[in-house]
Design a protein around this ligand. Structure first.
Ligand code: F6P
Length: 467
């Protein structure tokens, strides 16, 4: 059993993920990816306990054998039965709260909250209760508990009841749905969510807009009527930054762009995008914008290649599979339309391969980051940090990172294909001096905050909470 901890970090995904191998043994499948990868070096060396979900049977076996423990950290996993976890993670966290916070609902058709959703919400409550029990069991008196993301909105109230001595901070890595978005949820879910979060000592966000949307929910009588006192918790803004040392190491180890890709791009300019295959990332409008660029500014034909490096994501959700296939068809159609024997306009490459992305970051001419809505978007910071080619950034005004990077980026409305095409044209056409000047500005903005600044902010705020 893990010993009692003064610092506990909670996230759904743990630092490592496992799969079942020969003879039913757990084998390492890779790093947790996304947030978990960012958290790992920040948590290491602090004598912390990290509590995460057993996302699969293999994760559970690995955790029981101590294989989850990395960098001297104790990793404890919470195991729910498979159906409860699927409902809490897929149905509530990914297909409901994620959509709510990113404004992804297709309102004429979905969501449809029916009796099955009632069961799914019960599963979400049960997941939060299981984590609350585990935290209560492992936390020392007055311990700091840093909770990550929408999977655990209810933990604040649960811990306030069971362990009022704890210093609890919740950090939301997504945007936060404003009052009108929360009104789409069943009334009891919206109020339980707000009440749950009000129990944390503090709630953090990557951008002022998401904090404002969160605070606003506590000023709406209909939302708070059912939510206990309706008093907003203390909230704060602390954007995540890149980890300069880790990125420099990755750059030093990079063996460059894959030769096959290098051959396709050749001497042409490179527009890069790097995303999970995720509805909020707006990959399809990005492709349409590239098509409009080739239509309206034919001088770019055969002079530029768009490389879309995509990471598979949430493939248990039908929407995500359908989205991937729509992306693939759009790429195929545009390539059929414009491609020649010697020029492939778009390369769409799906793999869970970080070193491939690092090599491409170093060389792009233009990085396109156009999410419909995004909590921060670390690609928009890591790309300019790693780039060695005075590349430009075309960035959605709906990404949390826009707030910090706007003076160095080409800002776009992500729904406006024509504006995106014009920004690509502007960025590709910059002269050498302008490119260099913009790249310098961007890099200065990017390094203004690092990943450890973000961590220290949470620890400082936790330390200042009265208990
Ligand atoms: O940024 C929000 C987030 O949920 C992160 O916690 C995570 O790294 C990423 O999205 C990917 O989500 P998932 O862990 O569900 O694949």
């Amino acid at each position: 059993m893990a010993t009692v901890a003064d610092l506990i970090v909670v996230s759904n995904r743990g630092p490592l993920s496992f799969q079942l191998g020969d003879e039913g043994r757990a084998q390492l499948a890779g790093s947790g990816g996304g947030l978990a990868t960012t958290l790992q070096p920040l948590v290491a060396g602090r004598d912390a306990t990290w509590i995460a979900s057993s996302m699969s049977e293999a994760d559970h076996l690995a955790a029981s054998d101590g294989l989850m423990n990395v960098d001297g950290m104790t990793v404890v996993t919470v195991r729910l039965d498979a159906d409860t976890y699927r409902m809490a993670y897929d149905v509530v966290s990914n297909a409901t709260l994620w959509y709510c916070h990113h404004h992804l609902f297709d309102l004429p058709r979905r969501p449809r909250f029916d009796v099955h959703f009632v069961d799914a919400w019960d599963a979400y409550v049960s997941m939060n209760e299981s984590f609350a029990d585990e935290i209560a069991r492992l936390a020392s008196q007055g311990a700091t508990v840093l909770v990550q993301d929408y999977h655990f909105a209810l933990l604040g109230k649960l811990l306030e009841a069971s362990r009022p001595d704890l210093r609890t901070v919740h950090f939301t890595h997504t945007p936060f749905g404003d009052p009108s978005a929360l009104r789409v949820l069943p009334a009891n879910c919206a109020s339980e969510l707000l009440e749950g979060m009000a129990g944390f000592g503090a709630c953090g966000f990557h951008a002022p807009r998401w904090k404002a949307a969160f605070d606003a929910c506590y000023h709406e009588d209909d939302l708070t009527a059912l939510a206990g006192s309706g008093v907003a918790p203390y909230s704060f803004v602390a954007p995540l930054g890149p980890d300069p040392v880790a990125l420099e190491n990755e750059a030093a180890e990079s063996t460059g762009i894959d030769p096959a890709l290098e051959r396709v791009v050749g001497e042409r300019m490179l527009i890069l995008r790097v995303d999970r295959i995720e509805l909020s990332k707006n990959i399809i409008r990005g492709l349409f914008a590239f098509e409009e660029l080739l239509d309206e500014k034919p001088e770019w034909r055969d002079r530029v290649v768009m490389v879309a490096l995509a990471y598979p994501s949430r493939e248990s959700l039908a929407d995500y599979l359908a989205y991937r296939s729509e992306v693939e068809h759009t790429v195929e159609r545009i390539n059929d339309r414009f491609g020649t024997d010697s020029w492939t306009p778009i390369v769409f490459n799906v793999a869970d391969d970080r070193s491939r992305s690092v090599a491409a970051y170093m060389e792009y001419d233009v990085l396109l980051v156009n999410p419909v809505r995004d909590g921060l978007n670390l690609v928009a910071k890591e790309g300019p940090f790693l780039n060695r080619n005075d590349g430009s950034l075309v960035l959605s005004r709906e990404a949390g990172a826009f707030d910090e990077l706007k003076s160095g980026a080409f800002g776009i409305n992500p729904f406006d294909v024509t504006e995106t095409a014009a920004a690509l044209h502007g960025a590709l056409g910059l002269d050498r001096d302008e490119r260099a000047e913009r790249a310098r500005t961007l890099k200065k903005l990017v390094v203004a905050r690092t990943a450890s600044d973000w961590m220290e902010d949470q620890l400082r705020i936790a330390g200042s909470l009265e208990r």
